[in-house]
Design a protein. Structure first.
Length: 159
């Protein structure tokens, strides 16, 4: 492999860029744009991502293994690509008008961050496991989103 990539860092960059491309391509922007609610967009994007991981399980395995990478040789590349992924996710899902639905508009960004961390927690729970039960994860995630919606949204925005 080093004949093609030259170093562990170049191999990691290639694989991370590949995973990033795969994940970005699965998002149906038009479908997400049609959702006028933050929580609905998060659920829709999560379903898209889960379907992608079901179809390409090695992508999920690689991404979760990256979190455990401690090599200083690839640390800077991991930081940059993680920041790019976060920016892409934020631009895809979070909208300025979302804050208006919250009882306290300043809670919108922290709640969004909580949901992102929750997603990382689900992935961490299954790190190294032979099987990842996507349906169970999505059911649990949907229940948690319903709780957050109920507790943070103004009454007129509750479904």
């Amino acid at each position: 492999m080093f004949q093609y990539f030259g170093s562990k860092k170049q191999l990691y960059i290639y694989l991370l860029e590949y995973c990033k491309k795969v994940i970005e391509e699965i998002f149906e922007k038009a479908h997400l744009d049609s959702k006028t609610d933050l929580f609905d967009r998060i659920l829709a994007s999560s379903r898209m991502e889960m379907e992608s991981f079901q179809n390409q399980p090695f992508t999920l395995q690689f991404i979760t293994s990256v979190w455990e990478e401690t090599s200083p040789e690839v640390a800077d590349a991991l930081v940059i690509l993680t920041e790019e992924a976060c920016s892409f996710r934020n631009d895809m899902v979070l909208r300025e008008e979302d804050a208006l639905k919250f009882k306290n508009p300043e809670d919108a960004r922290p709640v969004f961050q909580m949901l992102f961390l929750m997603g990382e927690g689900y992935a961490a729970r299954y790190r190294g496991a032979n099987a990842f039960d996507f349906e169970t994860v999505m059911d649990d995630f949907e229940k948690n989103i319903a709780i957050l919606r109920k507790n943070f949204y103004k009454e007129e925005y509750l479904k």
